[in-house]
Design a protein around this ligand. Structure first.
Ligand code: DGI
Ligand code: FE
Ligand code: FE
Length: 196
């Protein structure tokens, strides 16, 4: 963790570093809440690592992100090329693996998919996605307080609200939507309806 923190302090702005720590601690709290195995703290440890590294590529130039994708054959779409900030998850996972020898696929997936989500997310993936949105330093977003509470009560309901609000926000702003963000929303709407 020392090496990771040193890297992040060098590569991220102060604000981004504080956000990162904040996400990591919220992710740990959620991991404690939803821990599938209370005989050990492995899951909280994974949440800490994924939280710390989720935005490790956020402050990199867009050209640099695209260069890394090309060099290491990370596949990206035309939309991701035009909106290269969307690639900070994929590039971040690459850095986690290659700079810090993280080989836990669950951690790498949580980093990869933290911006758009994806259908069928693991518990850790959901936690990072949600912690990123609710961390206390995040500027106020619609329904923030409800979602912050819901995150510790009903993780799938919180996930769905975040997805709905994100799509709303993108639509209002006229921002291009990544098909994965839309697919994730449709998937969780359907899975929520089938539960009801
Ligand atoms: O990196 P962070 O700012 O901590 O958080 P993030 O990786 O979730 O990125 C947040 C931004 O990503 C937020 O402004 C919404 C945006 N976003 C999420 N899905 C999409 C998207 N932006 C576009 N253009 N298209 C998407 O599908
Ligand atoms: Fe991010
Ligand atoms: Fe983030």
């Amino acid at each position: 963790m020392k090496k990771i923190k040193k890297y992040l302090k060098k590569e991220l702005t102060k604000e981004r570093y504080h956000h990162t720590e904040s996400v990591a601690y919220i992710a740990v709290a959620m991991a404690m809440r939803y821990n599938p195995d209370t005989t050990n703290s492995d899951f909280a440890d994974k949440a800490m690592i994924a939280g710390m590294l989720h935005d490790c590529a956020k402050c990199m130039d867009n050209e640099e992100k695209l260069r890394i994708c090309d060099k290491y054959k990370i596949v990206y779409s035309e939309l991701e090329k035009e909106n290269a900030f969307l690639l900070h998850g994929k590039v971040g996972a690459h850095i986690a693996k290659n700079e810090f020898d993280i080989d836990d696929e669950d951690i790498l997936n949580a980093i990869t998919w933290h911006t758009t989500g994806r259908p069928g997310m693991s518990l850790l993936e959901k936690i990072i996605f949600i912690a990123d949105y609710i961390e206390p330093l995040r500027k106020p977003l619609p329904e923030m307080d409800v979602i912050r509470q819901l995150a510790f009560v009903d993780i799938d309901a919180a996930l769905l609200k975040i997805l709905a609000n994100t799509l709303n926000y993108l639509e209002e702003k006229g921002e291009p939507m990544d098909p994965m963000t839309q697919e994730t929303y449709r998937y969780y709407i359907a899975s929520c309806e089938s539960k009801a």
